[in-house]
Design a protein around this ligand. Structure first.
Ligand SMILES: NC(=O)c1ccc[n+]([C@@H]2O[C@H](COP(=O)([O-])OP(=O)(O)OC[C@H]3O[C@@H](n4cnc5c(N)ncnc54)[C@H](O)[C@@H]3O)[C@@H](O)[C@H]2O)c1
Length: 311
């Protein structure tokens, strides 16, 4: 049994991680400022005496005795991280400094939820961890991308300078139940529109590609990385790549929807291709995703159907 702090623990990925680590017998401190997370996501865990919920913002210092820290606190969808870009970058940069300080003091191992956005609009495909990226430092996505890049820098510097035990997960698009409704992410957008028989909005021509990982696979990978000896960045995601248009058509089919597909202008700095090379994770974590896209989408559709129709 370990004492584990999960920042952003009431969010989409954080709530699944909290649940898994709690079920594995650990003591969990779930810390969240509820900006995009919600008590509904972790309501079923409240009442367990190994689960503690703390309302806190990681841009302020937090003190606790813990063995491990998973730092997930940060809005992840463009609508949310662009709502207050200065706050977003503070969360990534000041937040990780606070968490690294805590890790240093109590000699805890710390895992940072980094992102494929550190590669920006990548010029090599699929992306490998040694690629340094192609990121616009002054665009509307920069508060997120550059914040996450700076957080990786801080992780490496605390490691080199203070011997802090670090793990860096570069997470690629992940989907599943408890994604926020209407947060503009492709999967949740398409499913909600399809379930309501509303037009499905595809930005650009829909030929841009994405590869989506189901949340239970991602949570397994995060835990394997935390427990491994691998202290350099690792891509975590599902390499099964599809065009956005293919996703739209598949979701229409799986929901039996009457929705039509409409096309809108592509937002600026939207990457054209995104697919992880996961060789490092396969070799060092003995991990690869197990859930096929149809199976994951059906579970996600069932969740949104319940939420939308109050079932
Ligand atoms: N979902 C993805 O596809 C994806 C991809 C790459 C990286 N990530 C990273 O994984 C992490 C979790 O993402 P998610 O999809 O679960 O998003 P999410 O928005 O559902 O979760 C983020 C959580 O952090 C909380 N939070 C935000 N700012 C905070 C602050 N200053 N102090 C305390 N709590 C704060 C939110 O309330 C929320 O509960 C994020 O760091 C995100 O950048 C996610």
């Amino acid at each position: 049994m370990k004492r584990i702090l999960i920042t952003g623990g009431a969010g989409f990925i954080g709530s699944h991680l909290s649940e898994k680590l709690l079920n594995d017998g650990n003591d969990i401190i779930c810390l969240d400022n509820f900006f995009t997370g919600s008590k509904d996501n972790i309501r079923h865990l409240i009442g367990n005496n190994r689960f503690e919920l703390v309302r806190h913002d990681i841009i302020n210092e937090y003190l606790a005795e813990v063995d491990q820290i998973y730092n997930l606190a940060c809005p992840a969808s463009p609508i949310h991280y662009q709502y207050n870009p200065i706050k977003t970058i503070k969360t990534s940069v000041i937040g990780i400094i606070n968490m690294l300080g805590l890790a240093k003091r109590c000699k805890a191992r710390i895992l940072q939820a980094s992102t494929s956005e550190v590669y920006g609009d990548p010029q090599i495909h699929p992306q490998v961890e040694t690629y340094w990226g192609n990121v616009n430092p002054i665009g509307i996505r920069s508060c997120y991308d550059e914040g996450k890049r700076c957080a990786e820098t801080l992780m490496m510097d605390y490691h080199r300078q203070n011997n802090v035990d670090i793990r860096i997960a570069r997470i690629f698009n992940t989907y599943g139940p408890r994604m926020a409704l209407n947060d503009g992410r492709v999967v949740s957008n398409f499913i909600v529109q399809a379930l309501k028989n509303e037009p499905i909005t595809v930005y650009g021509t829909g030929s841009q590609t994405r590869a989506f990982c189901y949340v239970s696979d991602l949570v397994d990978a995060l835990i394997k990385l935390m427990e491994s000896n691998y202290d350099k960045p690792v891509n975590l995601g599902n390499p099964d790549e599809h065009t956005i248009l293919e996703f739209a058509k598949l979701i229409i089919e799986l929901t039996n929807s009457k929705s039509e597909i409409i096309f809108k202008e592509l937002p600026s700095d939207d990457p054209t291709q995104r697919e992880p090379n996961i060789s490092i994770a396969k070799e060092n974590l003995k991990w690869e995703p197990k859930i096929q896209i149809k199976e994951g989408l059906l579970k996600t559709i069932e969740y949104f159907d319940r939420i939308i129709h109050n079932k």
